[in-house]
Design a protein around this ligand. Structure first.
Ligand SMILES: *Cc1c(COP(=O)(O)O)cnc(C)c1O
Length: 341
């Protein structure tokens, strides 16, 4: 048994999800004739209280399309220093859209209204035009932290009053939703666009959605084609997404409980220096300086457990659909039995 805690992207479709995929009705999505893709787009747009949605191959693509549609070359995007769009999308905002980021130092990935206000450039010819604010909920590099509805509302108001576009990188928005008392319909209207990943905690093999108003999605559809993301009989993938939204949202709580359990186990280990607060399904902890992260990861992997180094002394575990209670017990036992001088 291999236990893979490197990411929640490692899940494989369940038998029921594969059945749903096999039964999908398909057509050519570039011609707009993909019944299952159309059904998924309609479903997600309605969930988030938006006019339209666009099915894309990845969350990187949905974010990059949003940045492209919301900005002009030379513009500036405000985001947290930990943002996925800045750190993990290959410099895409520069190469795809010709824009630069101004990085804000948020509270575990969460930026504030004051920070946004202080960093909007006045409109002098020599200053960069601030046109987009992007937040991440939950924050990935930030360790799975989430925004409250109130925080998102306040940011939305400030973006409206300064005429800035407001994008949500909601790769793991459903992880935030199950921990809070807000719904997709509460969130959608606060943003000009929202990106949602189906292939993380929701357990679909491939796919992300971008939601927004009709005019935005019409532009986004063009950019998707230019980026090479126009797919044909993508209904097989969309069917997995529909299945995931119907069956794999509520169970995200289980992933969160297992992540919290892991953090409790880690908190009692002598070789662990510190653990970031665990709010959802991501556990980031630091090993004591005497323990080499490479040796730690090698030792874990020799015992069938894969985890990810996260820079310096940090290690990341991410819980997901394919990580069961039996696996949790095995990880607990393995961690407790490891000894490091
Ligand atoms: C995973 C992720 C994405 C998208 O990643 P893809 O691998 O391109 O689907 C975007 N934002 C965040 C915060 C993520 O964790």
């Amino acid at each position: 048994m291999i236990i893979d805690l490197r990411s929640d992207t490692v899940t494989k479709p369940t038998k029921e999800m594969l059945d749903a995929m096999m039964q999908a009705e398909v057509g050519d999505d570039v011609f707009g004739e993909e019944p299952t893709v159309n059904a998924l787009e309609k479903k997600v747009a309605a969930m988030f209280g938006k006019e339209a949605a666009l099915f894309c191959p990845s969350g990187t693509m949905t974010n990059q399309i949003a940045i492209k549609v919301h900005t002009q070359p030379g513009d500036e995007v405000l985001c947290d220093v930990t943002a996925h769009i800045y750190n993990y999308e290959g410099g895409g905002m520069a190469s795809n859209s010709g824009v630069q980021a101004k990085l804000l130092q948020g509270d575990r990935g969460r930026i504030s209204v004051e920070q946004v206000k202080q960093n909007i450039n006045p409109s002098y010819d020599w200053l960069t035009n601030t046109s987009l604010v992007c937040i991440e909920n939950t924050g990935n590099r930030a360790g799975g932290s989430y925004y409250s509805l109130q925080q998102m509302k306040e940011l939305s108001e400030v973006c409206k009053s300064y005429k800035l576009n407001f994008h949500l990188d909601g790769a793991r928005i459903f992880n935030a939703i199950v921990e809070n008392d807000y719904t997709p319909a509460d969130i959608g209207p606060l943003f000009d666009s929202v990106s949602i990943c189906l292939s993380k905690g929701l357990g679909a093999p491939v796919g992300s959605l971008l939601v927004g108003d009709r005019e935005f999605i019409t532009k986004a559809r063009r950019v998707r084609k230019v980026f090479g993301g126009g797919m044909r009989q993508a209904g097989y993938l969309a069917a997995a997404g529909i299945y995931a939204l119907d069956h794999h949202v509520d169970r995200l709580n289980e992933d969160h409980h297992r992540a919290k359990h892991l953090s409790e186990v880690l908190s009692k280990l002598s070789y662990v220096d510190s653990i970031l607060p665990v709010d959802t399904n991501i556990v980031i902890f630091n090993l004591k300086s005497s323990v080499s992260p490479d040796s730690f990861l090698t030792s874990l992997s020799e015992q069938g457990i894969k985890a990810a180094g996260f820079g310096q002394q940090a290690i990341r575990f991410v819980t997901h659909l394919d990580f069961t209670d039996d696996m949790l017990m095995k990880v607990e036992e393995t961690l407790k039995n490891m000894t490091w001088k």
